[in-house]
Design a protein around this ligand. Sequence first.
Ligand SMILES: *[C@@H]1O[C@H](CO)[C@@H](O)[C@H](O)[C@H]1NC(C)=O
Ligand SMILES: *[C@@H]1O[C@H](CO)[C@@H](O)[C@H](O)[C@H]1NC(C)=O
Length: 807
Amino acid sequence: MAVRRRQRLGPGGGRALLGAVLLCVWWRAAAERVRYTIAEELGRGSLVGPLARDLGLSADELPARKLQMASAGKKQLKYFTVNEENGNLYVNERLDREEMCGESATCSVSFEVLVHNPLSVFYVEVAIQDVNDNAPRFLQNKFQLEINELTSPGARFYLGMAEDPDVGSNSLQGYELEANGHFTVEVKASEDGSKSRPELVLAKALDREEAAFHELVLRASDGGDPARTGTARIRVTVVDANDNAPVFSQAEYTVHVPEDVAVGSTILTATAEDADEGQNGQLKYSFHKISYRDSKLFYLDSDTGEITVRGELDFEKISSHELEVQAHDGGELFDTAKVIITVTDVNDNVPKISVRSAINEISEDTALDTVVALLHVQDRDSGANGEVHCTIEGNIPFRLEKSLDDYYRVVTARELDREQVSEYNVTVRAADGGSPALQSRAVLCLRVLDVNDNAPVFAEERYSARVAENNAAGALVLTVRATDADWGQNARVRYRLGEGRVRGAPLSSYVSVQAETGALYALRSLDYEQVRELRLWVCAEDGGAPALSSNVSVVVQIVDENDNAPQVLYPAPAAALGSGSGGAWSGVELAPRWSEPGALVAKVVAVDADAGQNAWLSYELAKATEPGLFRVGLHSGEVRTARSPLARDAARQSLVVVVKDHGRPALSATATLSVVLAESVAELLAELSSATDEAAEPGEPAGSLTRWLVLAVAAVSCLFLAFLLLLLALRLRRWHRQQLLPPASGALRGVPVSHFVGIDGVRAFLQSYSHDVSLTADSLTSLRQCEVVCAAFLSKETDRRCGFRVA
Ligand SMILES: *[C@@H]1O[C@H](CO)[C@@H](O)[C@H](O)[C@H]1NC(C)=O
Ligand SMILES: *[C@@H]1O[C@H](CO)[C@@H](O)[C@H](O)[C@H]1NC(C)=O
């Protein structure tokens, strides 16, 4: 008999219990078999079913019948307990279907119940129904996946499974993935078909650059109501692929750089970016297109993209550089960009002066505006930096003339004079218009060539020299010197003697001038007594063509030396009279016996060819027959009586007079006078004849000589008397005139006439003597003296001067 009863809810059963009650089927097998169905997880004391009642026992008979649970295995008995009072079956211990039955679909506990009085056995089976008490659970709740971003959609990746110990619909039903753009999950039945495992399917391509990671939540759910779920986290790391090319920040970089930028400076950084990572995003920079020339100027840092200057930029050579740079990632991808480097001008070029043509020698007589040099000036800078202004430094006789564009001429501006400036350094300065301005200089060395425009100039205006006579032939007299301001041959001075004559002989026989040195030499021994001085011209001539010359006057004065002894003119030397008494002088003078003391008896006349002291004569009485009777004037040479002659004095007196000059050493000569003391002319003549007789040496016919002499004296005396009278008249007239006129030379007055003896000495003597004669013209003595003197003169025929005077 099957009994269906509604399952009761046990205390504390909850939702599971409610479900179990709903499903509970109570039946009673025909053969005393009782079945109950309960939900699992009911707590202790939960009612399983009214077992006593279901066995047909009433409450009254229950104590007597003693319900007793029995089983082959003790295990089954621990789950349930029978209440002895009401005969209900209760849960003794919490029932866990999964523990009791595992994964089997049905689960039940069977035992027997013994009923006593009468004893009978009943079978009881309690079916335990599953309750969704377990959530699906992943064995591994975190997954790490690495997926290359280039993986194509549709790719599958295994995931770990989840488990749910519940059975039936409470068991694991499926998986789902939280919403995301890229992945879905699919469940694929495993080979044995029992279990299925989830697979992650790439639905949409990945992009690491967009999202490098994807965090997914995988949810497993069972079929319970409410369903239970279990989750696992999936971390998908997108592995980079080189799918991005580098990109430069600008397609074209432009930079302005001054040309003097320092080597090593960074002028630009070209940066590119690559969205990839790692190797794929690591960029290397290089020049893509660069000229060889530019490659020497610019350096590109391959890591940073910095462009630095490695060489010197030059605006004047290249003002703009165009390069291409490339950025390369670790893969195959790259990008290029253009770099335009514009070099700006800096005033870095000094103006350059180049001498296109120049002379380095210029004649001093060059005409004005003569071109000396042609210069070219250039500055490679541009604008004001390249504008050049040229000047000539200093105050020099040159100026600049602009000719063509950048050409300048240097021309002479004033006359040149080599004697003032012989060399010019013409400095041309060029300055550009930069700020600060740059300058340069060019120096032209210009030598001024000499022209023979200067005559030699003597050091002195006139030269004079004194030379002692009797010099050695060839003695140096003096040296003239002339200088010439010109140069070289034009300044080479040569000296020569001007023409002239001395005493009829050519000057060149007296002196010579050495051409090179200007030394003047005496060619012969000079004689003061012949030539007092030489006046000459020396000419200095330079070596130019034509030559220039100048003259200088030279006066050579010859200085006297005491080289001439006094020469006694009167009385005539004995030799001249034919007496031949060995150089002694002799004559016969008359002295009347009635002479007063101081009366002039004779005059010794001497001359000295020298001059000055050397010709200043003095007279001394050296020897006398009657000492004290005569005296001699020291300077006049006049022999006068010192006292009146006495009768005892011998008629013939002999006097020796020494004539001395004042030279050093002094030279002297002697004159011997014979004085006859007589009373009358007859006595005189007698004395004279005896005197001449005495004078005549034996062996010569003295008588005829005396006769001739007397005759001659008589004739000449008459002639001379007439002449003297005429002379006296003339003399008186002139003397009278001189007295009226002032003296011609004051210096000569008061000096004895005899002091001025020389060539003119004789004239002086004659004048003075004739004067004396005129004063005593009336006296016979004078007449006699005159006669004697003339006779003496006549006899001295060799003396031309005297003869001339007499004539
Ligand atoms: C010119 O310059 C040179 C050196 O270059 C120097 O020896 C000479 O003295 C200078 N001349 C003048 C006149 O300044
Ligand atoms: C120099 O003297 C000579 C003759 O003595 C003469 O011919 C010449 O003209 C003079 N020269 C000068 C410059 O005086």
